[in-house]
Design a binder for this molecule. Structure first.
Ligand code: FAD
Length: 398
């Protein structure tokens, strides 16, 4: 039975500091504003001036749009009780719930760390000198310039470490690369390989994995499973896998190794690289401090939909604390991920990570209808978080 909480007795507004305005931070701030905006002082902090959906990076990389067109500006956030500050977090004291930024100090009654996962380029020798990555906006923009010059040879989409964001994304990149090279009339002069550390592209869903492996086969894409790329040798243009095998390449599209942001590690909040939290409440071992999204370890993949789900639980918990009422149901670890199969078709996998003895996933075959659903997914978030109306979004895919 879920317990009821008494209202939080505080004479002034409750100060909630949310670090990171990504999927998790934006969802949390939006819910708090709607439910208790008059009673809270939410400070939402991010070092960037705008938000870009992870999947928009694939659109940028293949030159279908620009980063400017898909960036949602934080200055458009207009929510009662929420103040956005563009600042870089430089220190976190979780015991005192005190945050230092490049522009001041913020004290919190409740602190939510939603700073995502950073990329550890140095962990893969040769990646910076001899490869490219499509996991940052800057990396995707560089590739948008480079890809038009690639007209023959072997392209590798290679994962350099697990866990990594959005496990289907490397498979999507390989399928979209096939389309891109075909449209340019150079596909028959190119080979594509995708290297993934898992035994299958989407381990919790054998049906999804089978569909992706079939799609690779139909398009002549080589699938190398169960190994990560451990280094690149730019002098020989060779990718070295963790078992020592070597794959020559002419173009390397990498997924860099991930890790929690340095500031979170320096704050003493991490174990084995990420922030341990209660899988049901998302609270860290520090009272009143929560970890949401990619920065936390709770046994779900690093993906926006899971960050959102976690943010909803934290929001409900804070609302119950402020207003009194029933504690939220524990975080369920359920999420739906859209998967680009190429030719404009999008599939979907609905995954359930925490409710059963092992993760399970249900596959929805690629279709135009699911492509439209993905479009709605992005525009509904743009509307809820940034007040964008579908009319102003137009045909832009966020
Ligand atoms: C190519 C690609 C495709 C993807 N496709 C999907 C998809 O289809 N579906 C899906 O659900 N997910 C997808 N993802 C994953 C998704 O983008 C992330 O998992 C999600 O953004 C995580 O949300 P978060 O709130 O934990 O962190 P983030 O969204 O990463 O937000 C963290 C925020 O913290 C800020 N920050 C970090 N350090 C500091 C600091 N020191 N000071 C101030 N601010 C800081 C960052 O600027 C950032 O805005 C994809 C990712 C990639 C790269």
């Amino acid at each position: 039975m879920r317990r009821r909480r008494r209202a939080y007795d505080r004479p002034v507004k409750t100060r909630i500091v949310v670090l990171g305005a990504g999927f998790g931070g934006l969802e949390l701030s939006s819910i708090l504003s709607e439910a208790v905006g008059d009673d809270v002082d939410v400070t939402l902090i991010d070092k960037n001036d705008g938000f870009v959906f992870g999947y928009s990076k694939l659109e940028v990389m293949f030159g279908r749009t620009t980063a400017g067109a898909v960036r949602l500006a934080y200055r458009d956030i207009a929510k009662p009780g929420v103040r956005f500050l563009q600042q870089t977090v430089t220190a976190i004291d979780p015991e005192k719930r005190r945050v230092t930024t490049d522009d001041g100090v913020h004290e919190a009654d409740f602190l939510v760390v939603a700073l995502g996962a950073d990329y550890d380029f140095d962990a893969t020798p040769g990646l910076v000198e001899g490869g490219n990555e499509f996991y940052s906006v800057e990396g995707a923009e560089r590739l948008a310039e480079l890809l038009p010059t690639f007209s023959g040879g072997r392209a590798i989409v290679g994962v350099c470490g697990a866990p990594f964001k959005c496990p289907p994304a490397p498979s999507e990149a390989a399928l979209l690369l096939h389309d891109y090279l075909s449209a340019r009339g150079v596909r028959d002069r190119c080979e594509i390989s995708v290297v993934i550390p898992f035994g299958s592209p989407v381990p919790p869903s054998p049906d999804t994995s089978r569909a992706l492996v079939e799609a690779f086969g139909e398009r002549g894409i080589e699938f190398v499973s169960g190994r990560r790329v451990s280094s690149l040798d730019p002098a020989r243009s060779v990718a070295v896998l963790e078992d020592g095998a070597e794959l020559p390449y002419d173009l390397f599209l990498g997924v860099p190794k991930h890790r929690a942001p340095d500031v979170v590690i320096a704050g003493g909040m991490t174990e084995d690289g990420y922030v341990p939290v209660s899988p049901s409440t998302l609270e860290t071992r520090f009272p009143g401090v929560y970890g949401v999204g990619d920065v936390a370890t709770i046994g779900v993949p690093k993906a926006g939909v899971f960050a959102e789900g976690a943010a909803r639980v934290v929001a409900q918990s804070l609302i119950a604390t402020l207003r009194g009422g029933e504690e939220p149901a524990p975080y369920g670890g359920f999420g739906s991920c859209y998967i680009e199969f190429g030719a404009g078709l999008v599939g979907r996998v609905d995954v359930d990570f925490l409710s059963g003895p092992k993760p399970t996933g249900t596959f929805q075959a690629p279709s135009d209808a699911i492509a439209a659903e993905k479009h709605d997914f992005g525009s509904s978030r743009a509307a809820r978080w940034f007040g964008r109306s579908p009319a102003t979004a137009g045909s832009t895919v966020f």
